[in-house]
Write a protein that binds this ligand. Sequence first.
Ligand code: SAM
Length: 265
Amino acid sequence: IDFGFKDVNYEEKEKMVRQVFSNVADSYDVMNDAMSLGVHRCWKDQFVNQLGPLRTRRVVVETSNQEREEKLKVIDVAGGTGDISFRILNKAKKDSPTQLSVDITVSDINPNMLEVGKKRAVEQGLFHDLSFMELNAENLSNLKSDDFDIYTIAFGIRNVTDRQKALKEAYRVLRKGGRFMCLEFSEVEVPGLKQFYDFYSFNIIPQLGQFIANDIDSYQYLVESIRKFPKQAEFAKLIEDAGFKAVTYTNLTGGIVAIHSGFKV
Ligand code: SAM
């Protein structure tokens, strides 16, 4: 099924994606719960758990030859209303209760999504431990090269117009040993589930969008963009093409979503 969002050029796609997320910003979190029946929370928890323990790292200061603790620098790209960053921060606080072990920047191209994120951060008492930046994943020129330990992008890369450019930027800003992590919708690999999922996404999700957010078009775009996104192995290849090594992926819920991981070595 095609809702007719294809054949848009570069500028049109970027403009359309901006419009979609400006439209949905206020209802985004409610819609996520409604569309996924709350399952997106488990996917995001699993994604963040895959990062392993979040503790400061020891670095040797060249001039004095002494060791010093440094926070892990994390950039959450297309971070939207902050779901992934909040989870990383809360996990870091559990993993390292005595000192904050992470320095997290939530970034997104859309100021409306970031605004909702900031409000939520204030409500959850997390605002002072996070930075927010308006950034396009394709152009992180405000960020230094070889600087970040972790780059995350969750349900974001699908919306980026030039994905290869975004992946190369991810590679650039990570330091050696740094990790790229992506959570994204993917190809359902379980036959029975596939039929149910197709029915659900093409029939139920746009109707939910209409009912809850009074916006059928934005949610039709979301469903269609999922179908157009490369399958697990194809996307892994794109990550390798950007320079990453040890690229792996893990399917969640039969492949409805997949976690891709890669390292800069
Ligand atoms: N990561 C959040 C989450 O998991 O809830 C938000 C995901 S939301 C589906 C997709 C986000 O990607 C939106 O906030 C949108 O503004 C952002 N986005 C789209 N194109 C982008 C781009 N080129 N650069 C940065 N962010 C982008």
